[in-house]
Ligand binder design. Sequence first.
Ligand code: FE2
Ligand code: FE2
Length: 157
Amino acid sequence: MKTITKALIEHHNEMRKLVKEIKKDPSKFIFLKKHLDIHHELEEDLLLSKLHVKKEVKAESLESQEEHFVLNILLLDLADFPKDNARWMVKFKVFEEILDHHLTEEEEDLFPEAENILSKEEQTASGAQFMELKERRLLAALETKPVRELEKPKKAE
Ligand SMILES: [Fe+2]
Ligand SMILES: [Fe+2]
């Protein structure tokens, strides 16, 4: 059974791949936005909400949530701003730096602490919930044009 932190890291890596692809083809940005919207929501519901109440990780956990807020604003700007304008890629690279920092901080600081604090049962139960909800929400989110014409999400191995 996959733990919640392992499942989240797998999703991080999926999104890192998408970031690389978007640099060659900005039209794929919409996929990343949908992945990240779903990721933030599920990460907050299934992990951060449990860490906010643990004094050992409260500060890091709240920081993670505030970074989601910043990233969400940048995602909205990137979604709105014309992709044929040269500034779009400049904006995207700034967004990439902030995203990168966020993912690394979760993986190196927050998640190892969460693994120590939460019970193994809780970690695997939330992991299973994450995998199921993520697949379901991605399928629903990508069921709209023009995304449908490009690519369906790949099943996690
Ligand atoms: Fe995350
Ligand atoms: Fe996050």
